[in-house]
Design a protein around this ligand. Structure first.
Ligand SMILES: Nc1ncnc2c1ncn2[C@@H]1O[C@H](COP(=O)(O)OP(=O)(O)O)[C@@H](O)[C@H]1O
Ligand SMILES: [Mg+2]
Length: 247
């Protein structure tokens, strides 16, 4: 199968600062990729560089065979990047439903399909964005990216700051999205084990470079790589191996 997304030797940053260096990634239809790394290693900058809001120093980006290297952010969005920012950025003064209809584009992801995936959002459809809990805001941010009918969903630390029970619910939904609905996704996470269970492949960033790439199932049980690059080591069964440092 040809690559849906092909990123070659991408270097990018802000102003004079190069934050990510020579990053190469490939993503096929229906595949999910985890982007892992400690705080400040360039994970958000990588997503920002895909959607086109950083300064590019080199490399190329192609989506579905179309070269987007020089494309503007709105052209990239139209080409199929559905971005869920770390800050969520929902419209607080609009209702849940207005948040969705304000940005929706024709395609298989319409309101009824969104509400089947997120029954909580249907219950809250007439509530304002400002009235939602953190978990509901994250669901709305994901839903808002889905109604764009993207080719690739880009999720930036979707579980950050959420209560454990909400994290579990969100991860189940994300798993359904990639496993059952076949959506291609890049999931940035600091908590490796959560996301390795729902992705096919993983890369680890250190100082803006990919220092490790492996199938997610392999990385889950590779306590040496997890410890070295992320400071965390657990066995595949979720048991913590000593010595380890919590993220
Ligand atoms: N808008 C910006 N302008 C300048 N430097 C930035 C900006 N955003 C992030 N950086 C720098 O880029 C580096 C990587 O940040 P970021 O991509 O946010 O990392 P992560 O998402 O992995 O925590 C950090 O050193 C950060 O200070
Ligand atoms: Mg970040």
């Amino acid at each position: 199968m040809p690559d849906l997304l092909a990123v070659e030797n991408l270097s990018a940053g802000y102003g004079e600062a190069i934050v990510i260096s020579e990053v190469s990634l490939r993503l096929r239809n229906g595949e999910a990729l985890a982007v892992l790394g400690r705080n400040g290693t360039g994970k958000t900058t990588l997503l920002n560089s895909l959607i086109g809001v950083t300064r590019r120093f080199g490399g190329t980006i192609a989506l579905d065979g179309r070269d987007l290297t020089q494309a503007r952010p709105e052209q990239r969005a139209a080409a199929g990047f559905g971005w869920v920012p770390q800050e969520r950025n929902i419209f607080r003064s609009l209702t849940v439903e207005e948040n969705l209809t304000a940005v929706a584009r024709p395609g298989p992801w319409d309101l009824s399909r969104i509400y089947r995936l997120f029954p909580r959002l249907e219950e809250r459809r007439r509530n304002l964005g400002s009235q939602l809990s953190g978990g509901e805001q994250q669901m709305l941010a994901i839903a808002r990216a889905l109604v764009l009918n993207p080719r690739v969903l880009l999720l930036d630390e979707p579980t950050e700051g959420l209560a454990p029970i909400i994290v579990e619910e969100l991860l189940r939904t994300l798993k359904r999205l990639v496993r059952e609905e076949g959506l291609a996704a890049i999931v940035v996470e600091q908590h490796a084990h959560k996301v390795l269970a729902i992705t096919d492949n993983a890369v680890i960033l250190e100082r803006g470079r990919i220092v490790h790439a492996a199938p997610s199932v392999e990385l889950r049980s590779d306590s040496v790589a997890l410890e070295r690059h992320l400071g965390v080591a657990r066995t595949a069964g979720g048991r913590r191996a000593a010595p380890s440092v919590s993220l």
